[in-house]
Design a protein around this ligand. Sequence first.
Ligand SMILES: [Zn+2]
Length: 410
Amino acid sequence: MQSGTNLTSVRDYNELVILEAIRRKDALSRVEIAQQTGLTAQTISNVVKRLLNQGMIREDGKCATGRGKHRVQLMIRPDAGYAIGVQIERYETTAVIVDLLGRPVARHQQPTKQSEGADAVIQVVVTMIDHLMQQIGIARERIVGIGVACPGPLDHLQGIVHNSLGLVGWQNVPLKAILEEKTGLPVVVDRDATAAAIGEHWARRDEDIRNFAFFYVGGGIGTGLFLEKRIFRGSTTMAGAVGHMTLDPNGPLCSCGNRGCVGYTSDPHGVLHTLQEHLRQGATSNLTLSDLTGREDLAFEKVCDAAVQGDALALEELRSSARWQGYAILNLINLLDVELVVIGGPALDNAIGDLYIEEVRHVLQERLLGNNQRTVRVERTVVGADVGSIGAASLVLHTTYTPQLKALNY
Ligand SMILES: [Zn+2]
């Protein structure tokens, strides 16, 4: 049985097909919609009339067809609806409001007060959402819903965050239920990497990508998977947990309890730990032990800055981290045969992101199976540092406005 959605009323399937076709191309005529969707002129005429009446789309002038004829162009009205996206990270919580095209129109960021517990963090989220809505003066009824991205493991159907490895002290928190009660709006909850993949999919709306992976580096490493044009989460919302892929069964102990995980050799926590060891053993660097302790996101930024300024130890450690991530991505591509890997997340949204791209491409050139027959693109995110929160908002839009089989009830 397919699960349903509580986000707004489920629209007519053909309405969603036509909305999606227009959104992907910015502007389309009725004839072009027919060519792209295979729907009849009569169906298109009826649905377009409904969408115009609802204020979802508008007619925009006329476009010459080249044979002396003119066709009316149809466009999405970006202000017809908005979605809120929230990303809860270990140190910072970010909230955005995006319009119907997934473009951010407001943003707010605050420290995540983890030590005060999940209830306090959620209360901060509620206050941030109120603040954002007041800031741009959008009425509550024009908000389609709230998407929340946070580190897993979690149950995206129930919206329950289990014993999150990224949020200390979170144990089976019913995040969706609490936020829905406090805000009166529908809420969806998903892993940060999955939200990032959806954000990327929406931002690249004119690209026709069938299979891609979003390699997300925040406090830890995760992958959001978009396979056969659909989000893939696995049976327990844990698909894509590459940060805990075993690369060396006898390697160092990871926070998950296993040894030799990808994350331990290459995520910001692992990089800081290795550099601390090097400094204790007398390695030369402009970094000091105190630079490498305290808030890990800020300490990792210092490492990236040092590398950019030519610090050999920092640069070599980051190259090593990037290569290990390259091996993880290599395994992922060999397993799933994706055509694009997008690299992003708060830790790599800086000058060092290009070094990661370079090293990953190098590993793939050397080792990827079938290198002569296929090209796998490795690119930085086009969304930027807020890909988690913008992705969370896009998740709401995706669930509400993308034609999916569940809308057909089978
Ligand atoms: Zn692990």
